[in-house]
Write a protein that binds this ligand. Sequence first.
Ligand SMILES: O=C(O)CCC(=O)C(=O)O
Ligand SMILES: [Fe+2]
Length: 210
Amino acid sequence: MARSADCRSRSVITDRPVVEQQIGPETFEYRPGFLGRDHADGLLQYLWRGVVWHQDPIVMFGRRVLQPRLTAWFGDAGARYRYSGLDLEPDSWPRRLAELKDSLQRELEQSFNSVLVNAYRDGRDCMGWHADDEPELGPVPTIASLSLGATRRFLIRRGNGGPSTPMDLEHGSLLVMRGDAQSRYRHAVPRTARPVGLRINLTFRHVRQA
Ligand SMILES: O=C(O)CCC(=O)C(=O)O
Ligand SMILES: [Fe+2]
């Protein structure tokens, strides 16, 4: 699904604890402190300094605009991924991301062959409402989302709109999206006017190879 380049949060954020009511751990499971502080600090620095970042143009409502964040795509050879008009051929795994992938595979009993890395340089960088429902991810994908750096608010809502449920994704946390998470819900990381520093998010995925 195309990620909107304009990622203002248009939906109403309610104070009700809708997480428990609507969104069970079988779809969005949040694990704070999945990585220890030192590991998370080291990984953030390693990625920010070491990754060759891209800022790709995407076509939004017929206009070419730059994505409001920096990205990189790593994976096994042939794990191609297409979204928002981009066709991404992965770069080969940096050692520390390969290690992290291996430990997530053991922990979640799920195989991953690629990771999309997003860097949000400040509160203006964001991700519009979308679901990770591209056909190459399969009908019921499990996606492991690891967050590093500044805490950003992640919103979840039903595909048909309505109120959204906020989750604050902290440094070193893991959010596992599985089950109906992509088919029935959408998610976003809205812009924020709060002064926030760098955040890097890693979404480990399994892409079906053609
Ligand atoms: O940055 C995040 O927490 C979300 C990233 C995301 O939704 C994606 O890469 O598809
Ligand atoms: Fe996503």
